[in-house]
Write a protein that binds this ligand. Structure first.
Ligand code: NAP
Length: 292
């Protein structure tokens, strides 16, 4: 039987690159095509590359010629333009006659979410559903990698300021979201599914701080602040007002348990258990306490 031809759009990004590599590591016997705005920069031996720029829907439609399944990785574009890019990508997939659309979304994107990007994801999900084509939506929780951005300062100062209260969050490593996407591309299950892609546990900030303390040997005191104090603290630390406001919505989402769901989707799709926060931080200990 001929194996479906797979197309990974956004293969130049961190997630897309790993999806292509994982498909190859697993020995996918069919054709894999890696798409990017800059295909000349891709370096996957033996993998065909094509240009994939959602801002050129006609070009993207051409790039999808002969493709059975396409993974549309949500772009890093902020604002209104993002919905257009994503819905144009979906329309291109439809025009090209692909048989399955896969898309990376976020948990609970429905209207009413405090997270501004949720609206982009919801609009894209709706556009995909409206095509009538089989789909797999991968609602990725927050990357565990995000902790590598925020924890070093908390470890250095010994204080973790938070407005998340006792809210729970289930971080998932980018590697595990790549495994879920690669597994979903390969899977022959017919029909449409929505998966929430999470790590194996949901933790409060206090629990995350305790793990980080144990891994690094450095004490971290969790300091509860209001949303306003949190945003003001970020601005004092040099963040723009817009970015501070965005990051504060993440704290509110955390507090409300928007990202608290724990699923076995990574294991179901790839056959391996996802990484715990403790495992991830232990493997990345050097990045948490940079040498003085
Ligand atoms: N769950 C989380 O915590 C979290 C955190 C950050 C971001 N995200 C989302 O997850 C996505 C993947 O994460 P990542 O770590 O791989 O981010 P990344 O390395 O910043 O990758 C950005 C992605 O956007 C694609 N892109 C941008 N403009 C595009 C366009 N006009 N047409 C087609 N593709 C375009 C890039 O594709 P090429 O460069 O190959 O063209 C690349 O795949 C991000 O783009 C973002 O939507 C999730």
């Amino acid at each position: 039987m001929t194996q479906p031809t797979l197309f990974v759009a956004g293969a130049g990004g961190k997630l897309g690159r790993r999806v292509v590599e994982l498909l190859r590591e697993r020995g996918y016997p069919g054709k894999i095509i890696a798409g990017s705005r800059h295909p000349e920069k891709l370096d996957f031996p033996g993998v065909e590359t094509r240009k994939a720029d959602f801002s050129d829907p006609a070009g993207f439609t051409d790039a999808l010629a002969g493709v059975d399944r396409v993974l549309i990785i949500s772009t890093d574009v902020i604002g209104e333009a993002r919905i257009r890019l994503h819905t144009d990508a979906v329309a291109a997939a439809r025009a090209a006659g692909v048989k399955r659309i896969l898309y990376t979304s976020l948990p609970h994107p429905e209207p009413g979410s405090i997270i501004p990007m949720a609206a982009d994801h919801y609009a894209t999900e709706q556009a995909i559903k409206a095509t009538g084509i089989d789909y797999t939506i991968l609602r990725n929780s927050w990357y565990t990698e995000g902790l590598l951005g925020s924890l070093p300062a908390a470890i250095a100062s010994g204080k973790w300021y938070t407005a998340a209260g006792e809210g729970l969050i289930s971080h998932v490593s980018r590697e595990d979201t790549a495994k879920a996407a690669a597994g979903a591309l390969i899977a022959d299950a017919p029909g449409s599914r929505v998966f929430t892609i999470t790590g194996p546990e949901a933790l409060t900030v206090r629990e995350l701080a305790a793990i980080a303390s144990e891994v690094t040997g450095k004490p971290i005191e969790v300091v509860d602040v209001s949303d306003e104090q949190y945003a003001a603290g970020l601005q004092q630390a040099g963040f723009s007002a817009d970015l501070a406001a965005l990051l504060t919505t993440f704290e509110i989402g955390h507090r409300r348990g928007l990202l608290s769901m724990v699923t076995d989707a990574v294991e179901e799709l790839w056959g391996e258990k996802p990484t715990t926060v403790r495992e991830f931080l232990t493997a990345n200990r050097a990045a948490l306490t940079p040498a003085a």
